[in-house]
Design a protein. Structure first.
Length: 322
């Protein structure tokens, strides 16, 4: 059980569920899943964990989801008849203790009445990191952030680099990326309502935008749409409002930890023209910029996912812990 969050007087509830999955790690150890709850103020934050064998002594990896779907649905997708789509299973088999929190307003976490902001999401991530560090007895964790997650995780890493070993920012947006430019047309909609309903077929849009159809297997896209529709009954417009009005939200000069920036060849959010200047300002010499072929914004669920996974694991293992 996680407990004792110190100065922030937060409470992390006990493990509510622990079960073994049917998947086997490369070393024949069973991949195990667990549910945790972190309390921050009035919000309860759902945290999904996976590890192979025992979590003892493993490097800890925390995943920061994007603006549409929560942690489990984003990173532990179950595709019928397939066992190769869960990013969390891949990381667990590679020897990491992996946690995927749901920012409040997403998934199983508390849903407020008002807007979910990027700043509040960064505070959620900080609370989860503190809880996991204390429970696992580690001074620092790895953070892998996707899409909008690169904004609130970037804020967190900038403010709390002492808690982070290595940082991966993938599919990071910039103010002039094609997707952000398109979203500006919906600014008044974001300002007028804090929540919207997303039709099932709309969840497939990010697989298709600027990405050739052969990059995505239909069964993965359908499974994602089913999972998202089931859990995200209403979707916050707060992240979108922040992204179209506040970028850049992260100062690269304040990210002092080793950093990997990575995105897909066809991503409509991330591209070299917009992100290389950010990369150039990262102060730590231990940094990499990688473009993955056969991948778009949904890179971890597309054809390039194995190359993406290999690049991330190689970076996280480089140099050992600080």
């Amino acid at each position: 059980m996680f407990n004792g969050l110190g100065q922030r007087a937060l409470t992390l509830c006990c493990v509510m569920l622990l079960f073994t999955s049917g998947r086997v790690a490369a070393d024949d150890a069973v991949v195990t899943s667990a549910v945790h709850w972190v309390s921050r103020g009035e919000a309860r934050i759902h945290v999904w964990e996976k590890f192979a064998g025992s979590p003892t002594g493993k490097p800890v990896l925390i995943l920061a989801h994007g603006s549409a779907t929560a942690g489990k649905e984003s990173f532990d997708l179950a595709v019928p008849g397939r066992t190769d789509y869960s990013l969390m299973d891949h990381f667990a088999r590679a020897g990491f203790d992996v946690f995927a929190p749901d920012v409040h307003g997403f998934g199983r976490s508390t849903h407020p009445e008002g807007y979910v902001t990027t700043d509040a999401a960064a505070e959620d991530l900080d609370s989860v990191v503190d809880a996991v560090r204390r429970e696992r007895g580690v001074p620092r964790v790895h953070v892998v952030a996707w899409s909008w997650g690169t904004q609130y995780a970037g804020m967190f890493v900038s403010a709390h680099g002492d808690k982070v070993d290595r940082y991966v920012s993938y599919a990071q947006m910039h103010a002039d990326s094609p997707d952000i430019v398109r979203r500006r047309a919906d600014l008044e909609r974001y300002r007028s309502t804090a929540w919207i309903a997303v039709p099932r077929d709309a969840w497939k849009a990010r697989f298709r935008s600027l990405t050739p159809p052969e990059v995505t297997e239909p069964e993965a896209m359908e499974a994602f749409a089913d999972a998202a529709t089931a859990i995200e009954v209403r979707t916050s417009t707060g992240p979108h409002l922040d992204m179209v009005t506040r970028l850049p939200m992260v100062d690269p000069t304040r990210i002092a930890v080793p950093t990997l920036m990575i995105h897909g060849q066809y991503d409509d959010v991330a591209d070299t023209a917009g992100l290389l200047p950010f990369f150039g300002q990262l102060p730590n010499a231990d940094k990499r910029y990688v473009v993955i072929p056969q991948a778009g914004h949904m890179m971890h669920l597309q054809a390039g996912r194995y190359a993406f996974f290999d690049a991330v694991v190689d970076f996280l293992r480089a140099g050992g812990s600080r």
